[in-house]
Design a protein around this ligand. Structure first.
Ligand code: 3SL
Length: 248
């Protein structure tokens, strides 16, 4: 297995299936948006949501969700950390309780996370990972043994984010525990750096999130509880896997 990490959707090479491919598709591609889209997706599915459909634009979200029965849909819209007017929920994983989401399809558009998912949607296997479901993702990957594994971090509007890269490092760390510590597993420099970041902060993830620019943005919005939850590892036994383009 060759493991590569890309810091943003923009830095992820376009592969077969996308508009201007430059490289073959990876066997498995993982989108990561720890704060907070992929944490919310994992939480919603663990709470019994029927599925989550991701959209880049709010217009697409509104149009597609309109065709779904109102009592079986939830619209999640976030921009700049805040709930979008006209949506049922913002992007807080803590809102995804079984009483709200069980049996419903979630239609979701967020600033960066849903774009990361759309960037990799033509890979044969697409997953959504966060710290909360890291162990489940790792077990799934180990069972599948893909020859190429890519992780696309969402970042923030085209820039690097600490929380997504540290999550990629957490996944690599758990994979290498099983595969063996061998530099042959690394597909690019970013994967080595992600593991180093995780090794440095593994016992202080919440502290790292306080340093992260998006962590600070969420703290300014009074969302400390969200940060605490998103920083917790291996609590959900759920593997969000794409079943149709951008639907998990
Ligand atoms: O950027 C995103 O996709 C969001 O996850 C950002 S937020 O944490 O909901 O503000």
């Amino acid at each position: 297995m060759k493991i590569s990490v890309f810091h943003t959707p923009e830095l992820t090479p376009q592969f077969s299936g996308s508009e201007s491919p430059t490289t073959p598709a990876p066997d498995c591609a993982i989108a990561i948006d720890v704060l907070r889209a992929t944490t919310t997706i994992a939480t919603a599915l663990a709470a019994g949501a029927e599925s989550v459909q991701a959209f880049c634009t709010l217009e697409e979200l509104m149009t597609t969700s309109e065709a779904w029965p109102a009592d079986r849909r939830i619209r999640i819209g976030e921009r700049g950390g805040k709930t979008v007017e006209g949506c049922d929920l913002g992007n807080s994983p803590l809102d995804c309780t079984p009483d709200r989401v069980a049996g419903k399809r979630l239609f979701m558009s967020t600033t960066n996370g849903t774009r990361a998912l759309q960037t990799i949607q033509s890979a044969p296997v697409v997953l959504a990972a966060a710290l909360v479901n890291r162990r489940a993702i790792v077990d799934f990957v180990l069972a599948q043994q893909p020859a190429t594994l890519w992780m696309t971090a969402s970042g923030w509007e085209g820039s690097f984010s600490l929380e997504d890269t540290v999550c990629a490092g957490a996944i690599i760390s758990a994979l290498l525990e099983k595969l063996g510590q061998d530099s042959d597993w690394f597909g690019n420099d970013e994967a080595v750096a992600a593991l180093a970041l995780y090794d440095q902060w593994r016992d202080r993830l919440l502290q790292l999130f306080h340093q992260a620019s998006h962590g600070q943005r969420l703290l300014r919005l009074g969302l400390l509880e969200d940060l605490e939850y998103c920083a917790s590892q291996d609590r959900l036994d759920v593997v969000p896997i794409q079943t149709a383009p951008a639907v998990l």
